[in-house]
Write a protein that binds this ligand. Structure first.
Ligand code: PEP
Ligand code: MG
Length: 747
């Protein structure tokens, strides 16, 4: 076979484009292009396999294989050589296909006589569309040049597929972005929502994948890359950049200046692609590589390249991020990832959020939690699949997203939401009643908050107070350290909104996953066990002092409750406490009002504090168990690592024995004890904590109703006996026994 030249390639692309301009159905077009490709590549076979559903490929057109097999032959993702190309998103090139690992013989196609096989993925930025294959009888390896040529053709086929060129009633393809799709992700904030898609970054539409004049296209791409470089340099010279932003921009600059990137795109153009299609081809290849790499740093860099490609496409097409589209009334935000400030800008308008990346402890998750909107993370490929305005259902409890759902799914989803709404109504009737169990024990139910926007829930949820006010959000969403007066105003508004109910302000808990953009990040091997929370507060007391002053001024003579995160030993508590007391004295000296009552407590988030000297329990005005952290350190299981996070049941008897010990130590010294991790909002867990003697529970506002409803239906004394018996009998978790017991007690 003759070596292919660039002009052969261009000729083929033009013929493909022209053939599409001819009238005809989708299937006719597919047939025509397989014929053209086989002819131009000098192979006996050319076939196009396209995805029928998420993981099934179907032979949609062929030149050279048996026609009867068209729309009959199907394979799963990963099955056979075609399935392997689709799964790995990379070419398979072999002289002897039958001896290749994973080869699967499809007798209906008559392919046994063809020895050589070259398959390349048909893909568009994050979207797998199918596989393009050429085969020939003579056993030979295809040259690098031929592989490249076929990849360029596949790019054009991908753009054509995307533009709907192959749509048809029978045989032809069903329209893309029209089918129902289910995404299985992870849950980062529970709740359900129905709405319509709003893309954080709308996609760029490329309408001209093939270009006639490579020289013009090369000028265009060079000019666009030039503009891109200038815009990055401009951004970099802007004054107010934080370290992270600078790092990302430096990476952008590195890519934008890389010769390799521009060179590859110029080569694609020389083969006949338009400048836009060349950018997309390299972007798709980078995306495919991204999916194969595990290394977090490399993934970040490939993400940078992805962002950069989007910017370049916007320069080339003139399509801005603002497409003029109207945000739907019930928007569900879809993004690859999003920062906390951007998410807050959307605010309560959003019904839900779905991200391709993200993590349970990310800043976006913290904001979503504060806004009480469901958040699903790790919904792979949803950005490429969703279109603005698509109907969408988000099930934050299960981490499921139904995009363009069919009637049945919508009906059952709405039923579920209606049931939840009914339950909420039922809980509303309990609002002013105490969480009093049958035995008379009253458990105090508080809510967790972190934003001003949370405070109205204090009325509607029936919370008795705020058991945990996370103060870090105000620090995380800004580009610079907030000022004392600004914080004082905000804290005062929080106290006003609480109308005399106690609010436990937790001092700044940063480090670990929460990194302030304007503080020098620490390069720590294990940040969750590193320089975080009170450790930072004590080593660099300026911020803690400022925060304490802001709180005292906000209280303006009213009672004040402060607690410190991540206290590990007595001395940390005394030091932090003394520091707050000194600020009170200082304010007093300055003639400002001081709190009429001051309560200073500690969060118990590391096992060591449970064994602290008695003096700690005597000194602390209260202790609040930060169960999210405590559990991660108790079981040595990272709270953000999906693989291990759910491995250990909170009702594991080792953990419960430990909680009992804490409860007993607090009882001995008469120190009020509460629990404010996520588990406090789960009714069964809440019941166990209350039964073990934890007198107050703090949770998100929507959990108060369900927890109260359960606590009011049971006898906590009896529950305690059931739990202790199960522990004494050697159970690993008390859950099974407790659930059986509950089944006979609760309606
Ligand atoms: C906890 O660790 O349980 C807690 C309430 O604090 P955070 O989730 O903010 O670390
Ligand atoms: Mg914590």
């Amino acid at each position: 076979m003759p070596e292919r030249s660039e002009s052969d390639s261009r000729k083929l692309l033009r013929r493909l484009r022209d053939s599409l301009a001819l009238p005809g159905k989708g299937q006719d077009r597919l047939d025509r292009i397989t014929h053209l490709i086989a002819d131009s590549m000098g192979t006996e076979v050319c076939s196009i396999y396209l995805f029928r559903d998420e993981d099934t490929l179907e032979l949609c057109a062929t030149e050279g294989l048996k026609k009867e097999a068209v729309h009959q032959t199907r394979m799963k993702l990963g099955e056979g050589l075609v399935g392997r190309v689709a799964r790995t998103a990379s070419a398979v090139n072999t002289a002897d296909a039958p001896s290749e690992k994973g080869f699967r013989y499809m007798p209906e196609t008559g392919e046994e006589i063809f020895s050589s096989f070259l398959g390349v993925p048909v893909q568009r930025v994050g979207e797998r569309l199918g596989v393009l294959v050429v085969q020939s009888k003579t056993a030979r390896q295809f040259s690098e040049d031929e592989v490249y040529a076929l990849e360029v053709v596949a790019m054009v086929v991908a753009e054509m597929t995307e533009l709907g060129a192959f749509l048809g009633e029978e045989g032809g393809l069903k329209a893309l972005h029209k089918q129902p799709r289910l995404f299985r992700g992870g849950t980062a904030q529970e709740g359900s929502a129905e709405g319509h898609v709003w893309l954080h970054e709308p996609r760029v539409v490329v309408t001209n994948p093939v270009a006639d004049d490579p020289l013009t296209e090369i000028d265009r791409i060079r000019e666009a890359v030039g503009q891109l470089r200038v815009s990055i340099d401009d951004l970099l010279s802007a004054a107010a950049l934080d370290k992270d932003q600078r790092q990302v921009l430096e990476a952008y600059r590195m890519f934008a200046n890389s010769r390799g990137w521009l060179k590859r795109m110029e080569e694609d153009i020389a083969r006949g692609l338009s400048a836009e299609a060349a950018v997309e081809k390299e972007q798709s290849a980078a995306r495919a590589r991204l999916e194969q790499v595990e290394d977090a740093y490399l993934r970040e860099r490939l993400n940078d390249l992805d962002d950069l490609s989007n910017r370049l496409l916007r320069i080339l097409t003139g399509q801005g991020a603002d497409t003029g589209a109207q945000m739907p009334e019930d928007p569900i935000l879809i993004a690859r990832n999003i920062g906390p400030a951007e998410l807050l800008d959307y605010g309560k308008r959003l019904r839900g959020v779905v991200l391709e990346e993200g993590s349970v402890g990310s800043h976006a998750a913290i904001v979503a939690r504060a806004l009480a909107i469901p958040l699903v993370i790790h919904a792979e490929r949803i950005v490429a699949e969703a279109l603005n305005g698509d109907h969408i259902l988000v099930d934050g409890d299960q981490g499921l997203v139904h995009l363009r759902p069919d009637e049945m799914v919508v009906r059952s989803f709405r039923d579920k939401m209606a049931m939840q709404a009914k339950a909420q109504e039922r809980y509303a009737s309990l609002r002013s009643l105490p969480a009093q169990s049958k035995c008379g024990t009253i458990t105090r139910l508080n809510m967790n908050a972190g934003l001003m926007a949370d405070l109205p829930s204090i009325e509607s949820s029936g919370a008795e107070g705020v058991g945990l006010f996370r103060t870090e959000l105000q620090f995380l969403i800004r580009n610079q350290m907030p000022k004392r007066d600004e914080l004082a105003r905000l804290y005062a508004r929080v106290m006003d909104a609480a109308k005399g109910r106690a609010v436990a302000f937790r001092t700044l808990d940063i480090g670990s996953d929460k990194v302030l953009p304007y503080m020098k990040p620490q390069d720590e091997p294990n940040p969750a066990m590193g320089w975080r929370a009170i450790r930072v507060g004590l080593d660099k007391p300026g911020v803690l002092q400022m925060q304490a002053q802001a709180l005292i001024r906000a209280a303006a003579g009213r009672p004040l409750t402060v607690m410190f995160p991540f206290i590990t030993e007595l001395s940390e508590f005394t030091e932090a406490r003394d520091m707050v007391l000194r600020q009170v004295e200082r304010e007093d000296r300055l003639g400002r009002p001081v709190p009429e009552a001051l309560k200073i407590g500690a969060m118990l988030e590391t096992p060591s504090l449970a064994y602290a000297p008695r003096a700690f329990f005597d000194l602390a005005d209260f202790v609040s168990i930060g169960g999210n952290d405590l559990k991660q350190f108790f079981f040595a299981a990272d709270r953000e690592n999906e693989r291990v996070r759910k491995r250990y049941d909170t009702l594991n008897t080792s953990f419960l024995r430990f909680l009992r010990l804490i409860a007993e130590r607090c009882q001995t010294s008469d120190t009020p004890l509460s629990f404010c991790g996520e588990d406090a909002g789960r009714p069964v867990e809440a019941l166990v904590f209350a039964a073990l003697g934890i007198g107050a529970l703090s949770m998100r506002p929507t959990s108060i109703g369900p927890v109260k409803a359960l606590l009011r239906q049971v006898d906590l004394q009896e529950a305690r006996e059931v739990i202790l018996r199960s522990m004494a009998e050697g159970a690993v978790s008390v859950r099974p026994v407790l659930m059986d017991w509950l089944a006979t007690r609760v309606e």
